[in-house]
Design a protein around this ligand. Structure first.
Ligand SMILES: [Zn+2]
Ligand SMILES: [Zn+2]
Length: 303
């Protein structure tokens, strides 16, 4: 009998410890399961595109003071979401954060900042997205050599925009504005969260580019099949492969000991050239998705 009481006491004590453990966690809303927001980029494509499981999007814009995106960029971005998904209820929440006081940032630091500061997670039929506007460039960027990163995706509902780099590029251009680069970067990176290309949304027709080595030869998998590069091979498309870093991606993400990888690190120099050449041709300055990418989205629950 004594033994039984002892065991019961021990068990309830264990429960108390377990409960107090979880109530110690003040980093986010109570009893919210964060794991659905901690998956790989592209894993929530169908949930973002269709209304089957979620009919509302909440977009948390986390930013360092002075690096908040322009209202026009966010309004353009919302238009893009309404155009390509069935979500009609879209809410944007701004979350001002102190500067991490870093000269450069690797994805792991950005992920850690998200873990500390993100306030919105999936809840009921609301799907939450987190976008961090950083005040420091991606680690490994070399501005004078034109090697700069505009943005990257690193989880199914998370991405980073290197706002200090965008401001700097816009300052150097007589034609392209901060809003142009912000809009193009937001729309491109979000294209990956839509699952493009072949990143959670299966291509209807084959239009994925291939990974190439420094000699421009395709990199093959163990079966001799060229590895895809998660981007589009249709000229003029918003998801075109040429606007992301090739081998330099691994460079910028492995320095500072980072092991986190992104399917995309958007190349600022190429983007600037594309935006400027579109203006010269009289086209709308920000590229749009081509018919192949749109077909894929429609095949996975999008518009
Ligand atoms: Zn990309
Ligand atoms: Zn495309």
């Amino acid at each position: 009998m004594k033994k039984k009481i002892f065991i019961a006491l021990f068990l309830s004590l264990g429960l108390v410890i377990a409960c107090s453990d979880s109530s110690d966690d003040t980093s986010g809303p109570q009893n919210i399961d964060k794991t659905p927001n901690l998956r790989a980029a592209g894993a929530s494509a169908n949930d973002i595109l269709s209304n089957d499981n979620f009919d509302k999007l909440v977009i948390e814009i986390a930013y360092v003071p002075g690096f908040r995106p322009t209202p026009t960029s966010i309004s353009n971005f919302e238009d893009y979401l309404r155009e390509r998904t069935f979500k009609e209820d879209i809410e944007v929440i701004y979350n001002e954060l102190p500067s991490p006081n870093e000269e450069t940032l690797v994805l792991e630091e950005i992920r850690d900042l998200e873990d500390e500061n993100r306030t919105q997670y999936n809840n009921g039929t609301t799907l939450a997205i987190y976008i961090y506007f950083a005040d420091a460039p991606s680690d490994g960027d070399e501005l004078d050599e034109g090697l700069v990163t505009l943005g990257a995706v690193y989880r199914n509902t998370s991405m980073v925009i290197y706002e200090s780099t965008i401001s700097e590029l816009a300052r150097r251009s007589a034609i392209v504005t901060v809003t142009d680069i912000e809009t193009a970067t937001l729309n491109h990176e979000f294209g990956h969260l839509f699952g493009l290309v072949n990143l959670g949304t299966p291509p209807i027709n084959d239009h994925e580019g291939v990974q190439t080595d420094e000699n421009d030869e395709p990199i093959l998998d163990s079966n001799g099949i060229p590895l895809g590069n998660d981007h589009c091979n249709v000229d003029g498309c918003l998801m075109l492969a040429e606007i992301q870093f090739g081998s330099s991606t691994s460079r910028s993400l492995t320095s500072k000991g980072s092991v986190l990888t992104s399917p995309c690190a958007l190349d600022g120099d190429s983007m600037l050239k594309i935006l400027e050449s579109r203006t010269a041709k009289g086209l709308a300055i920000v590229p749009v998705l081509d018919t192949e990418c749109i077909l894929d989205l429609q095949g996975n629950g999008g518009r």
